[in-house]
Design a protein around this ligand. Sequence first.
Ligand code: ADP
Length: 418
Amino acid sequence: MPKSGFTRKQSKNVPQNFFPGDDQHQRRKSEDTPAHRPAAADEKGAPSAEKHRPPPPEQRARRPSSEGRPDKELRAYQADGPVEAVGLQADAEFWHIFDDTKTLGRGHFAKVKQVTHLQTEEEFAAKILDKTMADNDIEDLVREFQMLRSLRHRNIIRLYAAYETPKKLYLVTELASGGELMKRLGSDSSVYSEDEVRAHVRTILRAIQYMHSKNSVHRDLKPENVLLSDMGDEAEIKIVDLGLSRYFEERKLMRTICGTHKYLAPELVQCDRGQLQGYDKAIDMWGIGLLTFIMLYGFNPFAREVQRETHNAIVRATFTYPDGYNLSKDAQSFVGACLLLKAQDRLTAEEALNHRWLSAEAPSSPGALLSNEKRPVKSMLSEFNAQRMIGKMVKGAHRRLSGGGEGDKGGTPAKPAQ
Ligand code: ADP
């Protein structure tokens, strides 16, 4: 069984331990945590555990209010304080706390499910990893746990709880039920303007600036990882998937080659090719520039049919802004100042937030974004999204590429390139 370090102390009956390596992450005594308290567990691990079948309604731990309905004031988790990982003896115990609502997403070995807290009826997302299947993914999930528990930002998905059983790891986070920002932009009926893109970029950038100020780097910024809190018009952006994120030290380079091919920064490809020794947090600024380009122009300028060609285009870092789009010069200048070959030449998150395009004085551009053929960028984005979905099904996710390892707690054995 792979080791995780998730939970440090646990009862003799719980032979796991991936969640984390400090004293705050102890196996929780169930009597301390009434909202988490699992129903009586089957000593051997109930067979239903593997099927994720919730207990029958009469055995569920809902706390009735005076009207006989769950108490809406009751919260599943405390608003503040650090999240501690809880060791459980069997998967069935998790499903005595949560109801399985539906599957939201699937990685190689991890599944993301929408779950309902049985006692309070609050909805969450649970990222579930089968420990028996995946080594690198365990490290990613543990990293995600460590990172998320140290970050509190309204635009970064909030971690509420973590559980570990002999077979699985569970991260319970805020639910972002509005789907991907990029899909919403390409599909809803509202006018899709430069102003709208500007507002989204500002929000994403503030979250990244917050991460960088905490010496954390995301390393996998891409459309799939920018979600919306709900389906409403006022939905908030939520950045997810911090599995590749890590802490960095100023003036110390990172070396693990990871990310998703079409969104890699040039220095990552150069590291992969042995042409560079490392990279720093500026990779996230490439990600910001690329997300902005895609939102403004409706396509990824570096994507090619063949992966090697994509990498070649990235390391050349040359791309053209198609003529004839009704975009401001400032928008183009912002993108250009992020998508620079040399990491040290790129805007920092701080500088980017002070760029003219994002300033309060920037002239408003509320009209629908149109391409040079006067085609709505919204419809191009919709095609871009459809292609991404096909690519995802054919190739699966790309996480770590070849080679790498930071030689410290951030280092992780690499997966072969795909
Ligand atoms: P992986 O590390 O396997 O790529 P992600 O964290 O990116 O997993 O999640 C996979 C997919 O699950 C996401 O692209 C998204 O569609 C969905 N998802 C992840 N987290 C949430 C969440 N908190 N709320 C709603 N959907 C989510």
